[in-house]
Design a protein around this ligand. Structure first.
Ligand code: TRP
Length: 453
């Protein structure tokens, strides 16, 4: 074997590893829990339509931008910006990302805890008898309003996440995801086919895929864009951090493309399971909010032989998918404290893990556990502020920084080392300088009108 061969095989191997790790970050509760909830609350297919446009036109642009910055600087978000533009206020992008990461981690882990709770419930036979929508409704309400159970599973997720990060991401988790993520994909694919075969599924399918453009409004566009950033793990430097581990030979354009594609596919399939089931077995409204998937999934398992096994497997894989995302959320602040503040990895991981647990307690108690937090819908408010607005704002700053401060020309140089032709260059340059920032600014201005109107 000559050296060229070895190099080629080597770089291909690292590409797969990267795509798995980045997809592991991107694919998670955002696809299976948040996406269907958003679709249900925001008019169905019209949301899906705007979402797909947002991924292609804006998500892909920002994904490539973050990977470029990360690979160029080979550092965490704060360090990366300092490297490109030393002693400038642009480092703020990195700090905002760290804050956003900790805050998203706090309420995201609560929902991840629900997934673990449902794994335990399903495996212990709670859904083994006759399953009706009234039953799944009641079980969710009882579970999510029980402070003890919810806090316990939430704590378990935080401890596992912190433990893995304190040991470094490289070790075990990559080996797990390589097997478990494809398995999740196969299971979801299979469940989607089953859902489509339910009698009466077509009504759900048309709610989900036949857009009614008269419903289109600013709120839908805001949430669709926010969902694209959330689902692709963009706007807070996760992909800067992950890109920093990429070799110069990697084709960043195709890497970004694959992650966007895999992530979107899983989200679309999750909807194909949820909506036909929802309409075929009436009793739950599409607008059910954060409980939606937990109320609907047990219904479909009750429709298949061996549903007990499939159900347990599903919630197991969902918990793992959530974990690969919580890990990426915690990695950003930890990388900062390790690189820039010389903390030990262990200290950084446990300190921030503890902080996000404390921050997450009100979210955990806002689905019936404590009246006050439930009334102000604390979890949803956190999701709106950090999971929507802050990510969009972060993405806007990243576009500005790359497009106008660092400069598209230098960024393009970084792409060329692994992709000498870079055919999408003119389109990407246009999107990063004009299309994406203008779209985000318009939408951020919209927020005011949404809340005053
Ligand atoms: N994208 C993940 C999901 O869909 C969640 C996530 C992980 C995330 N890292 C992130 C969201 C960084 C925003 C920013 O479940």
């Amino acid at each position: 074997m000559d050296t060229k061969d070895i190099q080629e095989r080597g770089s291909w191997g690292s590409k797969i590893a990267f795509i798995l790790a980045a997809s592991g970050s991107a694919i998670g509760l955002g696809n299976i829990w948040r996406f269907p909830m958003m679709v249900g609350k925001n008019g169905g297919a019209v949301f899906v339509f705007v979402y797909i446009l947002a991924v292609i036109l804006i998500g892909f642009t920002v994904m490539l931008a973050e990977l470029i910055i990360g690979r160029h600087a080979q550092k965490n978000p704060v360090g990366a910006i300092e490297h490109i533009k030393p002693r400038s206020p642009w480092k703020f992008i990195g700090y905002l990302g760290i804050l956003t990461g900790v805050c998203i981690l706090s309420y995201y882990s609560v929902v991840a805890g629900w997934a673990v709770g449902y794994l335990v419930k399903t495996a212990s036979g709670v859904f083994s008898g006759e399953v009706t929508s009234q039953l799944t409704e009641r079980i969710f309400t009882e579970f999510s309003s029980n402070p003890f159970e919810v806090l316990l599973f939430f704590l378990i997720i935080i401890v596992i996440t912190t433990f893995i990060i304190s040991k470094g991401v490289k070790g075990g988790i990559e080996r797990w995801t390589k097997v478990l993520m494809p398995l999740l994909f196969i299971l979801i694919f299979f469940l989607a086919i089953r859902a489509l075969a339910l009698p009466g599924s077509s009504k759900g399918l048309s709610f989900y895929l036949k857009p009614d453009f008269s419903k289109l409004n600013g709120t839908i566009i805001l949430f669709a864009l926010g969902q694209a950033f959330f689902s692709l793990s963009l706007g807070m430097g996760t992909m800067i951090t992950y890109g920093s581990y990429l070799p110069k030979s990697d084709n960043l354009v195709s890497s970004a493309g694959w992650v966007c594609f895999a992530d979107t596919l899983i989200a679309i399939l999750a909807g194909i399971i949820i909506f036909p089931t929802l309409f075929a077995i009436p009793g739950i409204a599409p607008t059910a909010g954060s409980g939606l998937v937990f109320k609907v999934f047990p219904l479909i398992f009750s429709q298949i032989p061996g549903g007990f096994i499939f159900g347990s497997l599903f919630f197991l894989l969902l918990s793992v998918a959530a974990l690969t995302s919580t890990i990426s959320l915690l990695e950003v602040p930890v990388a900062y404290f390790v690189d820039e503040r010389n903390w030990s990895r262990k200290k950084a991981a446990w300190m921030i893990g503890f902080l996000s647990f404390v921050l997450g307690v009100p979210s955990a108690l806002s689905s019936g556990g404590v009246k006050f937090f439930t009334k102000i819908d604390f979890q949803n408010a956190m999701d709106f502020i950090f999971g929507n607005v802050s990510l969009a704002f972060g993405a806007l700053l990243i576009c500005f920084f790359l497009g106008y401060i660092w400069g598209v020309r230098k960024a393009v140089q970084e792409v060329l080392s692994g992709n000498p032709r870079f055919k999408l260059k003119p389109l990407w340059a246009f999107s990063i300088k004009f299309l994406t920032p203008v779209a985000i600014i318009i939408i951020l201005i919209f927020i005011k009108t949404i809340f005053s109107g």
